[in-house]
Design a binder for this molecule. Structure first.
Ligand SMILES: *Cc1c(COP(=O)(O)O)cnc(C)c1O
Length: 385
C-alpha cells in the first residue's frame, strides 16, 4: 500500500507534470513574473469556469477577504457576523480592519453558519455577513441573501474551501459557490481544492463598480499610474502561481469528483455505525449522487461520539494514518477574539463539535486499499475502546 497522506500533492503533480512544467517554463522564458499574461489568462479562464463577471487575483485567501471588506467600504465599529467554527483568517481580517466581529453558532450536521443564530445577532450596526462554505459545501445562501436584502447587509462568501461546489436553491436553480453573495474570496493555498505551489488567492464579484474598486485596492489604491485615490495594499498573484493554476483549472471538476468518490466510499463503510456520524450533504442533495456537485469535500469530517476522539487521533497516527482536527478551539474562545458579550449558551454546537470532529485523509489520489485500511482502523478503535 502507498504511504497514506492527508493531501497528496506529489501524486497529483506527477499526473500533470508536463503541462505544469511547460506553463511555468513559459513564464520563465518571458520573465513577466508580475502581472504577466498568465495572470490575465487564468483570471479569464476562472471567470468562465465560475460564470462570474469579475475575478480579481490577489496574494492569498486572507488578503482576498480583507480586500473584499475594504472594497465594500465597511467602517470601524460596523458589525460583521461570521461563524464561530472556521479557520481564524475569517475573523482575523474583520478585527484587523477595526470592524466588530460577531461570532455565531453553526449547524450540527453540515457545520455551516446557523441562520437562526445570524438572525438573533443582527443589530442596527450590522453591515455584513461572512458565511464560510466549510469543508466544501455551501452555507444556506438563499436564507442569507433574503436576510441581507431585508436588513440591507452585504454577504461576503468565504469560498476558500468550496471552489467548484454548486449551490441549489429551493427553486432548483444552481449557481457556483462564490458567485451568489455580493462578493467572495478564495484561497489557492497548495492544499485547497484548486491549489498553486505557493500562496495565491482571488476575489469574485458580479458588480462592475465593486470590481473596479477592488482592482485599485490590490494595487496600492492606484486607478491611474502614481495617483493613489484610496489606501490600498500590495496583493498580487504572481505569474508562476497563475501558470500552475491555469494548468490545474481544467482538472478541477475531475479532482472534485475524485474527492466525492472517496467520500462515498467512506460514507458507505461508516453508515449506521452508532458512534460515528458521516458528514451530511444538504442543498438539494441527500446522498452524494453521481451527478451531484453540491459538496467538493475539501475535508471529509466525521463526528465521533462516545469514544475518545483525541486518543483516536493518536492511534491513527501511530498506524501511519494522518488526520486532522479542524477545528479544535471555537473562535470565540481564542485569546485574540475574546469578547465579554458572548454567552456560552449561544455556542452549544461549536463547543460540542470541537470535541467530536476528525477529518480523514482526503485528496485526489486516494485509493480504495488506503480507504479500507483507514476505515477498518477507525472502526476497530471505536468499537474496542
Ligand atoms: C485557507 C483558508 C483561508 C485563508 O487562505 P490563505 O490563502 O491561507 O490566506 C481563509 N478562510 C478559510 C475558510 C480557509 O480555509
Amino acid at each position: 500500500m502507498k504511504k497514506i497522506q492527508m493531501v497528496d500533492l506529489k501524486g497529483q503533480y506527477e499526473q500533470i507534470k508536463t503541462v505544469v512544467n511547460n506553463s511555468i517554463q513559459e513564464v520563465l522564458e518571458t520573465t513577466t513574473f508580475i502581472n504577466g499574461p498568465k495572470v490575465h489568462e487564468f483570471q479569464k479562464n476562472l471567470e468562465n469556469y465560475l460564470g462570474v463577471k469579475h475575478v480579481i487575483p490577489c496574494a492569498n485567501g486572507t488578503d482576498a477577504l480583507q480586500i473584499a471588506m475594504m472594497g465594500l467600504g465597511l467602517k470601524p465599529g460596523d458589525e460583521v457576523i461570521t461563524a464561530d467554527f472556521t479557520f481564524a483568517a475569517t475573523v482575523e481580517v474583520i478585527a484587523l480592519l477595526n470592524l466588530t466581529p460577531v461570532l455565531v453558532d453553526v449547524n450540527p450536521d453540515d457545520f455551516n453558519i446557523n441562520i437562526e443564530a445570524v438572525k438573533k445577532a443582527i443589530t442596527p450596526k450590522t453591515k455584513a455577513i461572512v458565511p464560510v462554505h466549510l469543508f466544501g459545501q455551501c452555507a444556506n445562501m438563499e436564507a442569507l441573501m433574503d436576510l441581507a436584502k431585508e436588513h440591507n447587509l452585504y454577504v461576503i462568501e468565504d469560498n476558500a474551501q468550496g471552489i467548484g461546489a454548486k449551490y441549489t436553491n429551493s427553486k432548483g436553480e444552481k449557481a457556483m459557490s462564490g458567485t451568489i453573495g455580493h462578493v467572495a474570496s478564495t484561497s489557492f493555498f497548495p492544499s485547497k481544492n484548486l491549489g498553486c505551489y505557493g500562496d495565491g488567492g482571488a476575489i469574485f464579484t458580479n458588480d462592475d463598480d465593486l470590481a473596479h474598486t477592488l482592482r485599485g485596492i490590490v494595487n496600492h489604491g492606484m486607478y491611474e499610474r502614481y495617483h493613489h485615490d484610496v489606501v490600498g495594499v500590495n496583493s498580487r498573484l504572481d505569474s508562476i502561481q497563475a501558470a500552475v493554476l491555469d494548468a490545474k483549472l481544467p482538472h478541477l471538476d475531475k479532482y472534485n469528483n475524485a474527492r466525492r468518490n472517496a467520500a462515498r466510499v467512506y460514507n458507505k463503510v461508516f453508515a449506521n455505525h452508532p458512534n460515528i456520524t458521516t458528514p451530511k450533504t444538504v442543498n438539494g442533495c441527500e446522498s452524494i449522487c453521481d451527478t451531484c456537485d453540491c459538496h467538493v469535500f475539501h475535508q471529509y469530517t466525521l463526528k465521533i461520539e462516545n469514544a475518545d476522539r483525541d486518543a483516536l487521533v493518536k492511534h491513527l497516527n501511530s498506524k501511519g494514518i494522518p488526520c486532522g482536527v479542524y477545528y479544535p478551539i471555537p473562535l470565540h474562545k481564542q485569546k485574540a477574539y475574546l469578547d465579554s458579550r458572548y454567552d456560552e449558551a449561544n455556542f452549544k454546537v461549536t463547543n460540542q463539535l470541537v470535541k467530536e470532529v476528525i477529518s480523514l485523509p482526503m485528496h485526489t489520489e486516494l485509493d480504495n486499499e488506503q480507504i479500507a485500511f483507514i476505515t477498518e482502523t477507525i472502526i476497530d478503535f471505536v468499537d474496542n475502546n
